[in-house]
Design a protein around this ligand. Sequence first.
Ligand code: TYD
Length: 195
Amino acid sequence: MKRFISFEGIDGSGKSTVSKLVYKKLKSDGYDVIYTFEPTNSEIGVQVQKYIKEGADPFVISFTFIADRILHGKQIKKWLEKEKIVICDRYAESTYSYQGAQLKDIIKRPMSWLQDISENKIPIPDRTFLFIIDPEISVSRIKNRDYLIPFEKVSFLKKVQKNYLDLSVDKRFLKIDATKKIEEITKICYDDIMS
Ligand code: TYD
């Protein structure tokens, strides 16, 4: 059974819905499980949400996401030491993929740089579910939200998804076809956590 599980994918891919359903099923089956997410609701997490909306400098956004994660990672480590299952909606690969896309034409090899500065500072998930969807479809799913942040554009999300796919060569990732039915995806994730 897997203990630390992260859910990744572009905006509108459905990972938040599925991660919550997987959490509820684990809980109702009697497991000691925590649901958590990034950006967190700590002071730093709230700050980074403001930075995104304002369209702040991508380096400031990158460092703030990483700072939020280093603190979050310490909490996750404590939960894991208490033998809890931790379900995390967005984690390190969000920074590598989103800020990697933001920094693409600003520095050389931004994803490697973001990975290097995070190395050994955060716990690594046992499994990362990567929700794959055509950005045109994902944006059409979220277009009725009251407020769209600057990242929620097809052209940007295409770059983000390409970065996710480049990262997913690692065997920790399980790619999910996010156009499947929610119940079906939830079962795939649940069964995989159990195995
Ligand atoms: P999220 O809270 O998942 O948004 P929503 O629930 O509205 O889908 O994340 C907010 C945005 O922050 C989302 O567009 C992805 C982005 N993000 C990054 O750019 N880098 C990161 O490291 C993280 C965790 C999120």
